[in-house]
Write a protein that binds this ligand. Structure first.
Ligand code: NOJ
Ligand code: CA
Length: 590
């Protein structure tokens, strides 16, 4: 498959001729001097381009009945808190029936709510309350794999001629071994031998997450039906789990040593990926007004337009991991520099023109806490650096996604020992690396303190009562970060200078400034190792964003002839002059 699609590129050229100056957004908008009133600076305006998204990991958000596990009633009780930030869309991590081998990313029944999370009636109430507050809900679509307890798999493994056999990917042993050398993302082989029929099944993730066979049209029909089930209930779209992995090269050639270094890339972009996404769009998505965002594991920036280009009719946008994983070499943490980071955003702006929308995010349930990962979570700098990151995420180009707790500046957890972790990825890696003597235990834990997914899965810190007010029970499913006595929602809601209050102000500012959504992006000082400085311009509306990504006061300058304009926000309150304090962020308007 050729990487450059000429039909997209051609279309782009044509549309770029219609330079449009538009002064307000889709709702209540007035466009001045537009040659084509439908476009804003070349972009087709839609609600999902203008939205700000907040991700909820239900297990860790709010427990309503004291069993130590977050639930849907808990979420419903906190909707005003989310609305108070200015959030437009909630992305809910999996809420379906699951034996929880991978915290809900292993689904047993797509049409049932996880018992610990509540009932379908609780879901319906939550959705109605979200809508009442003029927010939208997207849910997680996890259809690369199911749980091994899903009834399709229970049937499939019974016999070779079971009607559900071809719902999954089964192969006979090769020379008495696995059919090929594919590894699982969660350590070990991606093939699991099943005694009942003496064959292996494929699981790119846990043994309890068998991969569906998308080449079987019956599987695709089932997926489309379950998508309609939720859309007909009124959900507003999907975040699609590891969606580039659904189509496989079913010859299963061995991976080369080079491919083994990055299995995400090796597994993505199977031969029918675009065919299946277009079919899904035709059969389901095109019939609803929805937002879709693909978790684009293994998709390069250059390949992105093929999946999100408007005339492709596949997805609206994807998560590209180049920025969030800039400080990773495989599973290992590594140093990163600001110029490298800026270069990524510049590349995005160049690569994804007006037909391919982008996402902006630096956190989710698979990554550490944003302030610990990209800011400085020490007592001195946690608050300003959390606010600086908020400023950046809300002013870069693309739909911003925040993860629960970002608004409070929640930090990584002080993990000490393997028993402190819950994540299956960690437990499997411990067996494969530490118990085999390949990696010293202390190094393994030290790396996880910076990289573990459990950093972001500790319970939300609501107040200063026991267990941070997350649960009234004695024991939350995962320990609360001990810093909850200082970092919690109750304190921050009262404090006008808290990260929460600042995020609310920033979201309001973004709502009033279409330039942050549809404006051109320009990095003014790409080589500067401390300051990130860029403009967003939409016709006559122009903003300058300056961010000091360092622990020291640092001077900034503007290009010759550029006047600073009026400062519209600063994370440090009153700020003036050309010297930014450590982790100071300012926005000027011209
Ligand atoms: C990506 C999800 O975000 C992650 O949490 C999960 O473990 C894998 N996909 C498998 O579903
Ligand atoms: Ca509960």
């Amino acid at each position: 498959m050729a990487l450059l699609d000429t039909s997209i590129r051609g279309g782009e050229l044509k549309i770029r001729f219609s330079v449009v100056v538009c002064v307000a957004m889709v709702l209540g908008s007035a466009c001045a001097g537009a040659q084509d009133a439908k476009l804003v600076n070349g972009y087709r305006p839609t609600w999902w381009k203008e939205a700000v998204v907040y991700q909820i990991y239900p297990r860790s958000f709010k427990d309503s009945n004291g069993d130590g596990i977050g639930d849907l009633k808990g979420i419903t009780s906190k909707l005003d808190y989310i609305k108070g930030l200015g959030v437009d869309v909630i992305w809910l991590s999996p809420h379906y029936d699951s034996p929880n081998a991978d915290n809900g990313y292993d689904i047993r029944d797509y049409r049932k709510v996880m018992t610990e999370f509540g009932t379908m009636a609780d879901f319906d109430t939550m959705l109605a309350e979200i809508k009442k507050r003029h927010m939208r809900l997207i849910i997680d679509l996890v259809v690369n794999h199911t749980s091994d307890e899903h009834r399709w798999f229970v049937e499939s493994r019974k016999s070779k001629d079971n009607p559900y056999r071809d719902f999954y990917i089964w192969r006979s042993p090769k020379d008495g071994h696995e059919p090929n050398n594919d590894p699982s993302f969660f350590s070990g082989s991606a093939w699991q031998f099943d005694k009942t029929t003496d064959q292996y099944y494929l699981h790119y993730f846990a043994v309890k997450q068998p991969d569906l066979n998308w080449d079987n049209p019956k599987v695709r029909a089932e997926v489309y039906a379950l998508m309609k089930f939720w859309l007909d209930k009124g959900v507003d779209g999907f975040r699609m789990d590891v969606i580039p992995l659904i189509s496989k090269d079913q010859a299963f050639p061995d991976l080369t040593p080079e491919q083994l270094k990055n299995i995400g890339t090796a597994y993505a972009n199977g031969p029918h990926i675009h065919e299946y996404l277009q079919e899904m769009n035709r059969e389901v998505l095109s019939k609803y007004d929805v937002m879709t965002v693909g978790e684009a594991l293994g998709i390069s920036l250059e390949q992105t337009p093929l999946m999100v280009g408007e005339d492709r009719k596949e997805l609206n946008m994807i998560f590209n991991f180049d920025a969030i994983r800039i400080n990773r070499d495989g599973a290992q943490w590594k140093e990163w520099t600001l110029p490298e980071f800026k270069a990524l955003y510049a590349k995005h702006a160049a690569e994804l023109d007006t037909h391919s929308w982008d996402t902006v995010f630096l956190s989710n349930h698979d990554n550490p806490r944003v302030v610990s990962n990209f800011g400085n979570d020490s007592d001195a700098f946690r608050v300003p650096s959390a606010k600086l990151i908020t400023t950046m995420l809300l002013t870069l180009r693309g739909t911003p996604f925040f993860y629960q707790g970002d608004e409070l500046g929640m930090t990584n957890y002080p993990f000490q020992k393997i028993g402190d972790f819950d994540d299956i990825e960690v437990k499997n890696a411990y067996k494969a690396q530490v118990l085999t003597g390949k990696v010293p235990e202390a190094d393994f834990i030290a790396n996880l303190r910076r990289t573990s997914r459990d950093n972001s899965r500790t319970p939300m810190q609501w107040d200063t009562t026991a267990n941070a007010g997350f649960t009234t029970g004695a024991k939350p499913w995962l320990a609360v970060n001990p810093n909850y006595t200082k970092i919690n929602a109750a304190e921050e809601l009262k404090d006008p200078s808290s990260p929460y209050s600042y995020m609310a102000k920033m979201m309001k500012l973004r709502k009033e400034a279409p330039a942050f959504v549809y404006g051109d992006y320009k990095d003014l000082d790409p080589g500067n190792a401390a300051i990130f400085e860029y403009t967003r311009t939409l016709g006559a509306e122009k903003y300058l964003v300056v961010l000091n990504f360092s622990d020291k006061a640092t001077e900034f300058s503007v290009p010759d002839g550029m006047k600073l304009g009026k400062m519209v926000i600063s994370n440090e309150g009153a700020a003036e002059g050309m010297t930014l304090k450590a982790w100071e962020a300012r926005i000027y308007r011209f």
